[in-house]
Design a protein around this ligand. Sequence first.
Ligand code: ZN
Length: 165
Amino acid sequence: MQALQVKQMRLTFAVTEVQRLIITAEAVDQMLAFSQHSWYQAEAGGVMLGRHLLESSDVVIDEVTTPQRKDKRSRFGFFRSTNHNRIAQEKWKLSNETLAYLGLWHTHPERDPTPSSVDRQDWEKAVTTHAYYGDRLFFPIVGTQRIRVWTKSRTEPIRELGLLT
Ligand SMILES: [Zn+2]
């Protein structure tokens, strides 16, 4: 661990007029630990786990899975191994089935990240083939200066979420 690592604030995004996506500081820290600040750092990623709040329609990302040995990682590519699904399943069981699968994150070696065509295909496939609660999944990309988040529902195309705080 780096001694001087500054703790991040949580991030809140608008999903709809009545729904927000909240990424906890812990989850933000987990992802930022893999941001590609050096030329030799490969892309990283994983799945996101969290909760659908009962008292509102908000969604909270509590934690993420981090790179696994069987992932295929390069400077401009990340292929998730099935280990992430297994970890997500285990955490879901350990949480008494409250920690839900909410989406996929990965890093990009650019300041202000934008999705590639491979990313978009990956997201489309996730929304149509993965099992999840609710009607949408979330897809952050962690750049070196910014985290941006896209979403796709079962019926809407991919769109970016606006940052609230
Ligand atoms: Zn990408």
